[in-house]
Design a protein. Structure first.
Length: 125
């Protein structure tokens, strides 16, 4: 009987900086850490841009998803910041944070399972 949680070991060439499952997970983790240390989100974005188009098709969906998460999250945060003048922005900035966390968690789960993101160009989740 086989273990459903068994994952074969990573290929010898797969590391933190080469395109693959581990690299996609690192990008999402850097995005999450950026809530504490902001520069890590930019590092994750750069890693996603550098590795997009170099890996398998399912990994490329993760890079597209991560890149769009960064830029759309930045757009939403800028809109929420402007709306802070009307007090609604305070609520919206928390919603943007939750949106980013949810997208990163979904990405981490799918990357861990070796699955592609179904709609990597979505503006929602």
């Amino acid at each position: 009987m086989s273990d459903p949680n068994f994952r074969p070991p990573a290929p010898a060439g797969e590391g933190w900086f080469s395109p693959g499952r581990l690299n996609a997970q690192v990008v999402y983790a850097l995005y999450l850490v950026s809530f504490v240390a902001g520069i890590t989100g930019i590092i994750g974005l750069i890693m996603a841009y550098v590795n997009r188009g170099k890996g398998e098709a399912w990994v490329d969906t993760h890079y597209t998803y991560a890149i769009r998460t960064f830029w759309i999250g930045l757009l939403y945060a800028l809109i929420a910041s402007v709306l802070m003048l009307l007090a609604i922005g305070v609520i919206l900035i928390f919603a943007v944070g939750i949106w980013i966390v949810v997208r990163c968690v979904i990405g981490l789960q799918k990357a861990s399972a070796g699955e592609a993101i179904a709609r990597p160009e979505s503006w929602w989740i």
